[in-house]
Unconditional design. Structure first.
Length: 276
């Protein structure tokens, strides 16, 4: 049977068996908003790849006048009970709260439009919390710190020789216990510390360096959108949340979104964040 151009006005429409809309007294009372129930499989959109779940939603047919529309648009609160798999870019324009441990593997550079921080339960005060923000600077800086005692060598991690530009290395030395006349020289993957005070060396140290596995950062540049950055822009996530929201509000741009937000494979590192 084929029915075309059907106009149906009814309070409830049910397909298949069983009718779960009548399981309790509240849901059995149909209201003017109506009910649509289906205990089986529902498929929407241009489903060339077939069903993938109980409810499968694809984009509109490519030949339709609405082919630029997203597959699903939800306004209001949503609840997901169980695991959620996301394969694609996400834009979050409000707060993201995570109760538990989050492990993220980021392929690219995180370009945050604001302060980067953490907020945890206070380690010593009851009913208090502790909030810190990250140190920032005009370079891709890394550091290595520790305490040197009865030795003149600060052995740097082996990977520093391939990660850090040795010409950018600086060292901060702080004597411990008594005054010491300390100075240093940079050698092959180590720092040599000399003490002219004729005392055993005992000091804390911080070694700073700039990463060399990417183009040096240009911290200040003339322009309005992030696309005006004069360096290699493909190693950054360039679209801010506010700009992304404006793009989404324009339906013509829906098919261009994946071209505007890119993460390069130039930088690869693990980001671990724990919410206590």
């Amino acid at each position: 049977m084929s029915i075309k151009n059907l106009s149906l006005q009814t309070i409830a429409l049910h397909i298949g068996y069983k009718d779960y809309s009548k399981l309790n007294d509240i849901s059995a009372i149909y209201n003017k908003a109506g009910y649509l129930t289906n205990p089986g499989i529902s498929i929407f959109g241009d489903a060339l790849a077939g069903q993938k779940a109980t409810v499968t939603i694809y984009p509109p047919n490519s030949e339709s006048k609405q082919s630029y529309l997203p597959s699903l648009y939800v306004k209001g609160d949503s609840a997901f009970i169980g695991d959620v798999a996301v394969n694609g870019d996400q834009s979050i324009t409000q707060d993201l709260r995570v109760n538990g441990t989050t492990y993220a593997s980021v392929q690219g550079t995180i370009n945050v439009q604001g302060w980067k921080g953490f907020d945890i339960k206070h380690p010593t005060k009851e009913n208090y919390r502790l909030r810190y923000v990250c140190l920032e600077g005009p370079e891709g800086g890394v550091y290595y710190r520790g305490i040197l005692k009865d030795s003149e060598f600060i052995e740097l991690p082996d990977y520093w020789k391939d990660l850090v530009d040795t010409k950018t290395i600086t060292v901060h030395l702080t004597p411990i216990g008594t005054y010491q006349y300390l100075y240093y020289t940079v050698a092959k993957n180590r720092i040599i510390v000399k003490n002219h005070s004729n005392l055993p060396t005992h000091c804390s140290y911080i070694v700073y360096g700039e990463r060399k596995d990417g183009e040096p950062l240009i911290p200040e540049y003339k322009g309005n959108p992030p696309e005006d950055y004069p360096g290699k822009n493909d190693q950054y996530s360039r679209v801010s949340m506010f700009e992304f929201q404006e793009l989404l509000l324009n339906p013509i741009n829906h098919h261009l979104i994946l071209l505007l937000v890119q993460f390069s494979s130039l930088f690869q590192y693990e980001l671990y964040y724990m919410q206590l």
